[in-house]
Design a protein around this ligand. Structure first.
Ligand code: NAI
Ligand code: MG
Length: 358
């Protein structure tokens, strides 16, 4: 029996990204160990991020994408540190990979775990489970715009930031959402826009949504404005199944969703290139958390949930399920970091997940 080797590019980057990627590597190696030689991971770790920037003046080398393009997947931590302007660090590393590798679908499950208290009282006795599908290649994060008169601070600087919506971009993410909904019990897609105020791009999105929906008659649909959807997340979350939205709107809604599920530290995410022409990238939703970095207190479960999404993508759905059950087992036994009301460390939680797997 031959062992299948997966090459994984690990990019921990900044702050708690370092701690949670280390946790994920241990957990994934444990899964490989208990697979009885069915598969293993060949880790290639890259030291890109804000420290790299301090030394080299760039977040990653010019040929960075070339260095990781043949990996089976990228396992990412978080980028951003007070020493580098956030737009420089984000565009110089994370967005360069997401956009360069055409990872146009960002999947962010809102996962209500056992033993974790949600700020929503309704969560106590209602089954809640939805997933945010984020358009990840254009929209508000297309990087279109400019600044003028920046040499005259306080004297009338001008900046524009345009959102870009293409018919191709809208159609592919909307179809992705419908196909995902077909695999889920809820079979519903909620499309989120702000097309009353943004009458060009978002109206195009709405039109493509209606056209695409006709191809999926088995899937229930609704169109909701983003402000109303933010209220709905809190008031009627049991009505949600697949929520598809533009880059910015889904970014905001997914943080709201993870807070409702108990903590930003729990939320997992996959940046997918569904055509598999380039590697996909798996990362927790949270950032580098400078306020708690280096203390061993960050919650690794968002990164571990992202590892489960990566296993699924690598064609190991049983292992993905197994890891998800180990995460649930750890929560049920209340081995929890302080962000979810416990006193365990990152290492304690990681060890508990490993024990549940082994
Ligand atoms: P953040 O997600 O780093 O932190 C927000 C709050 O959540 C903080 O109170 C933090 O302690 C808490 N938190 C985050 N992750 C946690 C975890 N694993 N366990 C327990 N608590 C956790 O967002 P913030 O503070 O706005 O940004 C910090 C830096 O991260 C900035 O430089 C920002 O640009 C960057 N960032 C990077 C992202 C990425 O790489 N995907 C996403 C969001 C922010
Ligand atoms: Mg975000």
């Amino acid at each position: 029996n031959e062992t299948k080797t997966f090459t994984i590019a690990a990019i921990p980057a900044d702050g708690v990204g370092q701690e949670v990627v280390a946790a994920g590597r241990q957990v994934l190696d444990t899964l490989a160990d208990v697979s009885g030689g069915a598969f293993n991971f060949d880790w290639r770790e890259y030291d890109w991020g804000s420290d790299y920037y301090a030394q080299h003046g760039v977040m990653m080398p010019e040929d960075g994408p070339d260095q990781v393009k043949d990996a089976d997947a990228i396992y990412f931590g978080a980028v951003g540190w007070p020493t580098v302007p956030d737009h420089v660090s984000l565009w110089g590393l994370r967005l360069r990979l997401c956009q360069g590798f055409d990872q146009w679908a960002n999947i962010r499950p809102v996962n209500f775990l056992p033993g974790i208290q949600s700020p929503l009282r309704r969560a106590d006795d209602t089954h809640l489970d939805w997933v945010v599908v984020r358009e990840n290649s254009e929209g508000e994060y297309a990087g279109f715009g400019g600044r003028n008169f920046s040499g005259r601070p306080g004297q009338g600087q001008v900046a524009t930031q345009s959102a870009v919506f293409t018919e191709v971009g809208c159609e592919r993410i909307l179809r992705f959402a419908f196909e995902l909904a077909q695999t889920r019990p809820g079979k519903k897609v909620s499309s989120v826009t702000k097309s009353n105020a943004q009458q060009y791009g978002m109206v195009l999105w709405d039109e493509v949504f209606d056209r695409v929906a006709a191809d999926y008659p088995d899937v229930e649909t609704e169109s909701v404005l983003v402000d109303a959807m933010s209220a709905k997340f809190i008031l009627h979350p049991e009505d949600l199944d697949v929520v598809v939205a533009s880059n910015l709107n889904a970014d905001i809604l997914s943080d709201l969703g993870s807070a409702l599920a108990g903590s930003l530290g729990l939320a997992a995410s996959a940046n997918l290139n569904p055509e598999r022409r380039y590697p996909s990238m798996f990362e927790p939703v949270h950032g580098s958390a400078p306020d708690i970095a280096g203390q061993g207190l960050c919650n690794p479960l968002g990164a571990l949930g992202s590892a489960a999404l990566m296993l699924d993508h690598l064609g190991l759905p049983d292992e993905a399920k197994r890891l998800q059950l180990a995460i649930e087992d750890t929560c049920r036994r209340r081995v929890l970091t302080p962000d979810v009301g416990g006193a365990a460390t990152t290492v304690d939680v990681t060890k508990s997940v490993i024990d549940a797997l082994a």
